[in-house]
Design a protein around this ligand. Structure first.
Ligand code: BGC
Length: 385
């Protein structure tokens, strides 16, 4: 009798803690301060899967099938936490904030107070600052799964004054992979107790041929943007919004990234490093189709959908040959970022959509990276018939 009771309770405990569909959890190392970091695997039955870690609520791996069903990891990154803490890490896959992108001279005024932030990208503030920026924090994780999806919700608190920003900010970032599609959705939410700027993005570096492949210059890109925000030489917007027509920034038609990069490389941005103003989303649509990226070799196609008004297209200009996963080399322009966000330095540009979150309001933002195989136009037309 006793034995049965023991066995039975054992089974109950086992099944409630580790059901087959639960995201796998593993140790990923410890931060330099000795804090343990966990990594979770989420995916669907086609083999499409991601690994996300608690440091920086970071997307570490993304395994995507090619035209022959062969999986490759399409994200730059490292094999352990110390890689992410090394100077070779240029925001790989992390959640960037409290305010991603640049704030001019690290200064802004809100409700009559002037706030001063770290200058970590001379002469400006970049991606939320230094040690207390969201990408450096170890977040709390809550994995979840159902027959419809698998995911992990990360949450953290950024105390009032951290990195110079006002207000205690409660943030969450939820990664979800649906069971029936090769897509990963990132949903952000935040609350504050004082008015404060918030602009969150993910800084994934993609190479659709697989991380470690030579360059992304042969990738084809389409951006659903007729306009962009021109900048000064320090990549701070001038405040103008201009058309891409007649410029090297025009990606309204599918264009090879390498075609015009040398000429744009002669500017201060030294390649693509521009915020595009996304065309308005269709009435009633939750998200806008922001970008379509295709690797002609593997035929992997990625579509970026978002609720955000802008997207920073950054062509990996500062990658410097650092060693990444499995010791692979990450050369100049061997990956690119498509960072959905509000426009850079919005806090100093009242003419841009506002990034100010007020107490009592909820910040919400969503971006979805959706993958399939690129098909020749004729095949698509055939299907429609
Ligand atoms: C910025 C680049 C910057 C890079 C750092 C991008 O979001 O636009 O200018 O060098 O992040 O990794």
């Amino acid at each position: 009798m006793k034995l049965w009771t023991l066995l039975f309770s054992g089974v109950v405990v086992m099944t409630s803690v580790v059901s087959a569909a639960d995201p796998k959890q593993e140790a990923f190392g410890k931060t330099k301060d000795g804090v343990p970091v966990e990594i979770y695997t989420i995916g669907n039955s086609s083999g499409f899967s991601a690994r996300v870690m608690t440091r920086g609520a970071t997307l570490v791996n993304l395994h995507v099938p090619d035209k022959d069903g062969k999986l490759a990891d399409v994200l730059l990154g490292f094999d352990n936490v110390s890689g992410y803490e090394s100077e070779g890490n240029q925001y790989f896959g992390c959640t960037t904030g409290r305010v991603c992108n640049r704030i001019a001279k690290g200064r802004f005024t809100l409700d009559g107070h002037e706030y001063t932030l770290a200058i970590n990208n001379e002469p400006n503030h970049l991606h939320g600052g230094l040690d207390k920026a969201l990408d450096k924090l170890v977040w709390k994780a809550e994995p979840f799964s159902s027959d419809k999806a698998q995911g992990v919700k990360f949450s953290c608190t950024s105390p009032d004054g951290d990195e110079g920003y006002p207000g205690t900010l409660e943030v969450s970032v939820t990664y979800t992979i649906p069971a029936d599609r090769n897509a990963i959705t990132i949903a952000y939410s935040a609350k504050t107790d004082k008015a404060t700027p918030v602009n969150l993005t993910n800084h994934a570096y993609f190479n659709l041929s697989g991380e470690g492949s030579a360059t992304v210059l042969d990738h084809m890109l389409r951006l659903n943007a007729d306009q962009y925000t021109p900048t000064d030489d320090t990549l701070i917007p001038t405040g103008k919004i201009e058309t891409v027509e007649g410029t090297d920034l025009d990606f309204r038609e599918r264009t090879r990234i390498g075609d015009r990069i040398e000429s744009i490389g002669k500017t201060a941005a030294i390649g693509y490093d521009h915020n595009y103003v996304l065309n308005p989303r269709a009435e009633g649509a939750e998200m806008t189709l922001a970008a379509v990226l295709v690797d002609p070799k593997s035929k992997r196609r990625m579509r970026v959908m978002t609720t955000e008004p802008g997207i920073q297209f950054y062509s990996g200009n500062f990658l410097k040959g650092q060693a990444g996963k499995g010791g692979k080399t990450y050369a100049h322009r061997s990956a690119l970022c498509l960072e959905t966000q509000h426009y850079p330095d919005s806090v100093n540009h009242p003419e841009f959509p506002s990034t100010i979150l007020k107490p009592g309001a909820k910040f919400e933002s969503k971006t979805s990276y959706q993958f399939d195989i690129d098909q020749p136009v004729s095949a698509v037309q055939q299907k429609k018939k």
